[in-house]
Design a binder for this molecule. Structure first.
Ligand code: NA7
Length: 835
């Protein structure tokens, strides 16, 4: 409806084809009793026509289906949209004609339509899935599907009714069906999390904010994570006691807002243990309401994380199971063997019913799109292309299908957002694009394979740091047998997604090929490559407007670094941590020993911290040391070394080697195994570790079993390409690196192998190495060069080029989930060296 309005307003000719006989989409079809929106109506409303806010008043906080349908009709009448829509018309097939540069659409009414551009605005949950239950066609009584409910309604008075499914539709409708039915049996395969909607008038706080400044409120919604203005949580569910956590959750619960519970803590979407706190809270609530403990337990979700199946909102759902005529059947214990002519056979029972309600869900996200036979270039059908999962660029377009667009398609926030915000954003983008194309004399727009693959990888990166993958949900396609298992919606957030789409346009349609009779432009590229959680940290830091460290004195930089470290998660528990001192090259050095909880003696890793030789200490990489200690099952001795500018080159290198020698000589007294020693270090510490390994080789030991170098400094003699490519914006900047070098070493010393291990004349005979470099790190190329040089010298090397990472991100234990897999590989390398 909005798109039709915008196309008309901008002078495009258009036709809208609609399968139903009225507007409303999901609110036209889903007329089951109790159907309601579970986003507050303050937020679930059009913003493109400001007059609507004066002319329409929602009667409730969560509007019911009839009211939302009336709203759609009201808008359609107000803007004369009915005249632009062909009702009762389905698209049966669509094909791209590459010579005419047009789409040809065939419709159920027998018409053939050609169009320059083709938009599928077919909804994410509009094709009910086949209830994959044996015998469905045998049943002779009335059958109702929640997503195709009869317009005249259904009277269940005095009837024996079966409801199959316990998703949102069922949870909303069951209390109403139970009010009428003489007997109701609910067949549940998986219990769901649901919270009371506490429906009533619009929430006073939201209404007040809207009235005060509607524009600001709407802008906030557009840049929020789910399309509803919300305060971003800053507390970990594991950072407070259980009682405190439950008190905070109770506050969110009382709001009666779908997104409030999940938004209580910052880590419920990414950390299973944190998520379990909410699950526990929700199960407690069920037990408080449901009288029969066995039924309460059956209704209590276990085994899937909160939010990974669509959480529901209800009015008296759990209470309904206290009614004497309502029964819950657990299909996991008593599966349905068949629907019969008169009822249902399940477990060892057979029961007759007067009506069966299928609330079994939808072929979500892609069903409505691939159900149309859409053929793009070279005879490729979309169904075939998406066989193993939908491939889109931005969830809006797909390679091979020029001038084809999807509203809230797979790979866009869609069902993980307030639909109204996401729909408007897509319409705006498509409208603006069509205008741009027209102005530039462009006939076709098509995403490039590089851009599409980049988007797929980015969507997967986003999904990988969440808990979604572990759950069988329709988000993952798991509800439809044979459907590929991927996270269909984009989970990077509404605001970030909008910024991405805007950026693509601002950068001259990055990732698209545009062509017209006198123009052709291929602007290839990938719009998002930094790991999503890293990107979020970078954005937060940019917003904080922190001073650059290279503008500080060394003392200020040290204080700043210590203050930042104080706020991070501590890392996993280890068996014990002991602080001590050891003799360095020119005086005592502090160290911290991390011992695993397992039985020793353990192999030993001598670890050198990062901090550009200027700051940091034996405790400054605490979380990383704990992580490696635990996961590699090694004893770690993290050593401080003298810092610049007070002690310049080669102080750090000499201390590093002296510390290694001392540890080797004293391993047994530290509780380690003298025959298994390795070195490790990050950044400047990686430099110290690499140099120590070379000095050990050249000066008679100790013999090392391995070296783990994380984003190491290996060459101060010159600037590599990555210094320029990643000069700015990824925490370690080119100028900060120069600042470090200037404090540490004279230009003339920088070519010395004790400063630049890459420049050593001979790298053979060094211990096996793991070298980790990060894609968006100024130091990337010199780390890569060191890995290659070691390999060239015959040293066994595992070279991990961490995609989407920055210089610091892999060390951020428990703060950035994307760092976990590379750290696991680092721990595995240490195990290989030492166990
Ligand atoms: P959902 O949320 O997909 O729920 C469908 C329910 O039906 C769910 O409990 C399923 O169990 C169950 N189901 C599906 N197939 C079967 C079979 N074969 N046997 C038994 N039970 C089955 O759909 P809704 O219509 O409730 O909600 C859709 C969305 O609309 C909702 O999330 C909101 O966004 C609005 P399962 O969990 O798969 O074990």
């Amino acid at each position: 409806m909005y798109l039709l309005h915008e196309l008309r307003a901008n002078g495009f000719s258009s036709r809208v084809l609609e399968a139903g006989d009225d507007v409303g989409g999901t609110w036209y079809w889903n007329r089951y009793p109790g159907a309601r929106c579970d986003i507050s109506t303050t937020d679930y409303t059009y913003t493109w026509d400001p007059e609507l806010h004066e002319q329409w008043t929602w009667s409730e906080k969560h509007a019911a289906q009839p009211e939302i349908l009336k709203y759609a009709q009201f808008v359609a009448k107000k803007h004369d949209l009915y005249s632009g829509i062909d009702f009762n018309t389905k698209v049966t097939s669509a094909a791209w004609n590459d010579s005419a540069k047009r789409w040809t659409l065939n419709t159920s009414t027998g018409e053939t339509i050609t169009a320059r551009h083709y938009v599928m605005a077919t909804g994410c949950l509009s094709v009910p899935k086949d209830p994959d239950i044996p015998g469905t066609d045998r049943y002779q009584g009335p059958v109702y599907v929640t997503g195709r409910w009869p317009h005249e309604g259904v009277d269940f008075t005095g009837k024996k009714v079966a409801v199959i499914g316990t998703g949102s539709s069922s949870i909303q409708s069951i209390p109403h069906i139970a009010e009428q039915a003489a007997e109701l049996v609910v067949f549940q395969r998986t219990p769901n999390f649901s919270m009371p909607a506490f429906n009533g008038p619009q929430p006073a706080d939201r209404a007040a904010r809207l009235e005060a400044d509607r524009k600001a409120y709407e802008a906030e919604a557009r840049l929020s994570s789910a399309g509803v203005p919300m305060e971003m949580p800053t507390v970990s569910a594991l950072g407070v006691s259980r009682d405190e956590a439950f008190a905070m959750l109770e506050k969110s619960w009382q709001k009666g807002e779908l997104l409030a519970l999940g938004g209580t803590f910052m880590d419920v979407g990414t950390n299973r243990e944190a998520n379990e706190v909410i699950c526990d809270f929700m199960r407690t609530k069920i037990k408080e309401v449901v009288n029969d403990p066995e039924t309460a337990e059956l209704l209590s979700p276990r085994g899937h994380a909160y939010g990974t199946k669509r959480p529901c909102m209800d009015t008296n759902y759990f209470q309904t199971f206290n009614l004497p005529h309502v029964r819950l059947v657990d299909l996991r214990k008593k599966p349905i063997s068949s629907i019969t002519e008169t009822g249902i056979e399940f477990g060892n029972e057979s029961k007759d019913f007067d009506a069966i309600v299928y609330a079994t869900g939808f072929d979500a996200m892609t069903g409505a799109i691939v159900n149309v036979d859409i053929t793009g270039k070279d005879g490729l059908t979309l169904k075939k292309k998406w066989e193993h999962g939908p491939l889109t660029y931005l969830g809006l377009t797909s390679v091979g299908f020029p001038n084809f667009y999807m509203i809230t398609g797979p790979g866009s926030p869609s069902v993980l957002s307030n639909m109204m915000v996401s729909i408007e954003q897509h319409v705006d983008w498509i409208r603006d694009t069509l205008i741009d194309l027209r102005e530039a004399g462009v006939d076709t727009i098509e995403a490039t394979p590089v851009a599409e693959e980049g988007w797929r990888v980015h969507c997967t990166d986003c999904a990988d740091i969440t808990l979604f993958q572990d759950t069988n949900s329709w988000y993952m396609g798991a509800n439809v047998p044979g459907k590929p298992r991927v996270l269909f919606p984009y989970i990077g957030g509404v605001g970030r997604y909008r910024q991405t789409c805007d950026e693509v346009r601002a950068r001259g349609y990055l990732g698209f090929e545009l062509s017209g009779s006198s123009t052709k432009q291929r602007n290839d590229g990938i719009v998002r490559q930094v790991q999503p959680d890293v990107d979020m940290v970078l954005e937060m830091m940019a917003q904080m407007g922190l001073p650059s460290m290279d503008s500080m004195s060394p003392a200020e930089a040290r204080a700043f670094s210590e203050a930042s470290s104080a706020m991070r998660p501590p890392g996993p528990e280890v068996g014990e941590m002991i602080d001590g001192t050891l003799p360095g090259a020119a005086g005592p050095l502090e160290y911290r020993l991390y011992r695993p909880a397992t039985k020793g003696p353990h192999p030993v890793v001598v670890y050198f911290h990062g901090g550009g030789w200027v700051f940091g200490s034996h405790v400054s990489d605490d979380p990383l040391c704990r992580d490696l200690c635990k996961n590699a099952d090694v004893l770690i001795v993290s050593v401080n070394y003298r810092h610049a500018p007070e002690d310049r080159f080669p102080a750090a290198a000499d201390d590093g080697y002296a510390a290694l020698q001392w540890v080797a000589a004293n391993v047994a007294s530290l509780g380690g195994d003298p025959s298994r020693i390795a070195v490790a270090g990050w950044s400047a510490g990686g430099n110290v570790a690499a140099v120590a390994a070379q000095l050990a080789r050249d000066n008679g030991g100790p013999e090392l079993k391995g070296q783990l170098l994380l984003t190491p400094v290996t060459d101060g003699s010159r600037q590599h390409g990555s210094h320029h490519e990643n000069a700015d914006g990824y925490i370690l900047t080119k100028s900060l690196m120069e600042w470090f070098w200037n404090h540490y070493a004279d230009q003339s010393d920088r070519s010395h192998p004790k400063a630049s291990p890459l420049l050593a004349s001979d790298l053979s005979g060094l211990p096996p190495a793991m070298v980790v470099t990060a894609q968006f790190d100024p130091l990337r190329d010199e780390g890569d060069a060191y890995a290659r040089a070691l390999m060239g010298a015959g040293v066994p090397v595992e070279h991990l080029q961490a995609r989407g990472h920055i210089h610091t991100s892999i060390t951020m234990v428990d703060a950035l989930p994307s760092g976990k897999p590379p750290r696991a590989q680092m721990a595995a390398a240490l195990r290989r060296f030492l166990h």
